[in-house]
Design a protein around this ligand. Structure first.
Ligand code: SAM
Ligand code: SF4
Length: 344
């Protein structure tokens, strides 16, 4: 196919070049801008993790180039993640440059998932870059529990980051990984806190990804059961809002805030999956649990020709797997890369 065809003007709303062979249009790119992190959440990273050599990691200019090609191919939503995205020097500058694609440049939303540790410092600049919403990962409101989960003190810093984000006009969603015996006694208090502080919340099923210090099954909690328990105290009204992803939402009548249940393990969401991931080394990961990724860095570094890059992306996306295989017994499936490398 003629490579120039991909850049024949902006992608139209109903004919994405990034359509896979199951008819799914890829509109959402999550970009891991670094594998490094200033926390060590026990379900995500080993305490003494070895990070990638810097030469393997894309420069911010390379990331920008790749993101622009994705946007021209029809991606309308970009999420910067990691590792900890705000721990990468220059990341706010990258956000500002990507933000120029908002307001008619092809991008509808530029957003970020962060642990919040550096959010107070960067919130105003992120808002100026065009970011309107951030997801802040916070598994507990108890300082000692925070230190136990993340192996680092810092609850106050995260709460200050959330306050700064809101003061800068950003909407905040709290992401909480559901961990049996670790934070399941806190969900009522966290829902109430979110109500008082004007935040939505999402509970996330822990996924058996990559190598950590504990096994994948450790701490796993059924969100169906969590939901049933929450319904004893809260009125949860099913929400018509549905993202093309593993989240199902309710509105908490008592607070008016939304609560999401993110359940890739127990509820397959693959049929309407519209997302792909880019690792910080330039690997395109088509499915969270299925592959090691297609090497876009080699294509990127081999030539300045964006049409080649676009052709590689289009060809790769066409092969997006039909579904994840979290249902297989652990011994039969590849555990894939951990979240901090994939960009959760
Ligand atoms: N460092 C940032 C943060 O924590 O928000 C961004 C990267 S982190 C990998 C993105 C999200 O993945 C966080 O909400 C984190 O809680 C979640 N996560 C990490 N490991 C996970 C796992 N094994 N299962 C489910 N969620 C996980
Ligand atoms: Fe770092 Fe986020 Fe992983 Fe926690 S979940 S260790 S904050 S990358």
């Amino acid at each position: 196919m003629d490579q120039t065809v991909y850049f024949d003007g902006a992608a139209s709303a109903n004919a994405s070049p990034l359509r896979d062979r199951y008819g799914r249009d890829i509109r959402y790119l999550r970009v891991s801008v670094t594998d490094r992190c200033n926390l060590r959440c026990f379900y995500c990273m080993r305490e003494n993790v070895t990070f990638l050599p810097r030469a393997d990691v894309l420069s911010l200019e390379e990331m920008e180039r790749l993101c622009r090609v994705f946007i021209r191919l029809g991606v309308t939503k970009l999420r910067l993640t990691g590792g900890e995205p705000l721990a990468r020097p220059g990341i706010v500058g990258l956000a500002a440059r990507l933000g120029t694609a908002l307001n008619g440049g092809g991008l509808d939303e530029l957003t970020l998932t962060t642990n919040g540790m550096l959010l107070a410092r960067h919130a105003a600049d992120l808002a100026a870059a065009g970011v309107r919403r951030v997801n802040v990962s916070l598994d507990t409101l108890d300082a000692a529990n925070f230190t136990r989960i993340t192996r680092h003190p810092g609850l106050g810093q995260v709460l200050a980051g959330i306050a700064a984000a809101q003061a800068a006009g950003l909407a905040v969603r709290i992401n909480t990984v559901a961990l049996a015996g670790v934070n399941d006694m806190e969900y009522d208090a966290m829902l109430a806190w979110c109500g008082e502080h004007g935040c939505d919340m999402a509970l996330i099923e822990v996924m058996p990804l990559g190598a950590r210090d504990r096994s994948g099954a450790d701490g796993a909690l059924s969100l169906d059961r969590v939901r049933a328990r929450l319904e004893e105290r809260w009125t949860l009204i099913p929400s018509p809002a549905r993202s093309a992803g593993p989240s199902r939402y309710v509105t908490v009548a008592e607070t008016g805030r939304r609560l999401g249940f993110i359940m890739p393990l127990s509820h397959s969401f693959c049929a309407d999956c519209n997302r792909v991931r880019l690792t910080c080394t330039g690997a395109l990961v088509l499915c969270l649990a299925r592959d090691e990724g297609i090497d876009l860095r080699a294509v990127l570094r081999a030539s300045d020709d964006d049409a080649r890059l676009a052709a590689a992306i289009v060809a790769a996306v066409a092969d997006k797997p039909a579904a994840h295989r979290f249902d297989l017994p652990v011994a039969l499936r590849s555990l894939g890369q951990p979240m901090w490398q994939l960009g959760g």
